[in-house]
Write a protein that binds this ligand. Structure first.
Ligand code: PXP
Length: 252
């Protein structure tokens, strides 16, 4: 298998988090998306949460307009609810990533239980796909969830890299290596089942290389670290550096 260029999706949720801390319009996540596109982002990712803690409905509309005019895919992350389905059907983003969502969580903790929600997810995925969006499921790299994802007819799985990132943060190399092996095995299994493979959550300059080097990977979605790092080096430089690390990883 030839390691092609990895697509880098930049998640801009936390530009909106900063804006919302003061309730005004600054910094505008859509202006951030535009800067990310200029810096080489291959896609823009944004999570419209039930509680609207970062992106707001009008942000999603403005993002879709920007992405369509720049010919850049918008990846909308959403929970599997009727409200979000209706919004997504109206918005028609290029891609939709279905994620688990609990009100009390700080971020998306853990993957979607696709195996346990087959009957709920199948019609939702069909509606979104028939409306022209590429549907992805955010899951852990666990064999039965990968099989379940393929059975829903979703086109893509995005593997949750949070546990891998936290193990590295904790200095637990053995655990990080074991999770990395599971992510690699999951990528092979998903690819063999015809699913496109993405990764995301908790990725940083320090931990991204082994993930970016996974043969089957087609796309990474990275947000919090890039937006945080933008405080120190600027968003454009942070994205360019991440792009360089990913490109180098594909050559090894
Ligand atoms: N991918 C998915 C499906 C996510 O839910 C998130 C977090 O919103 C990310 C990627 C990006 O994670 P992070 O902000 O930790 O880079």
């Amino acid at each position: 298998m030839n390691k092609g260029r990895l697509r880098l999706g930049v998640n801009i949720d936390h530009i909106a988090t900063v804006r919302n801390a003061r309730g005004g319009d600054h910094p505008d996540p859509v202006a951030g998306a535009w800067a990310a596109i200029q810096a080489g982002a291959d896609g823009i990712t944004a999570h419209l949460r039930e509680d609207r803690r970062h992106m707001r409905d009008d942000d999603m509309v403005r993002l879709q307009t920007l992405c369509a005019s720049e010919n850049i895919p918008l990846n909308m992350e959403m929970a599997a609810t009727e409200e979000m389905r209706d919004i997504a059907l109206g918005l028609s983003p290029h891609a939709i990533c279905i994620v688990p969502e609990r009100r009390e969580e700080r971020t998306t903790e853990g993957g979607l239980d696709v195996a346990g929600q087959h009957n709920r997810l199948v019609p939702l995925i069909a509606d979104l796909a028939n409306n022209g969006s590429r549907v992805s499921l955010f899951i852990e790299a666990v064999s039965h969830q990968i099989e379940a994802a393929a059975a829903t007819k979703a086109q893509v799985v995005e593997f949750h890299t949070g546990a891998y990132a936290y193990a590295i943060d904790d200095g637990d190399k053995q655990k990080a290596d074991a999770i990395l092996q599971a992510l690699k095995a999951g990528a092979k299994q998903a690819h063999a089942l015809g699913l496109e493979v993405h990764f995301g959550h908790g990725l940083t300059f320090e931990n991204v290389e082994p993930i970016a080097a996974i043969e089957e990977a087609m796309e990474l979605n990275i947000g919090h670290f890039l937006i945080g790092e933008a405080i120190f080096m600027g968003l454009v430089s942070a994205i360019k550096e991440m792009r360089d690390i990913c490109d180098e990883a594909r050559c090894s």
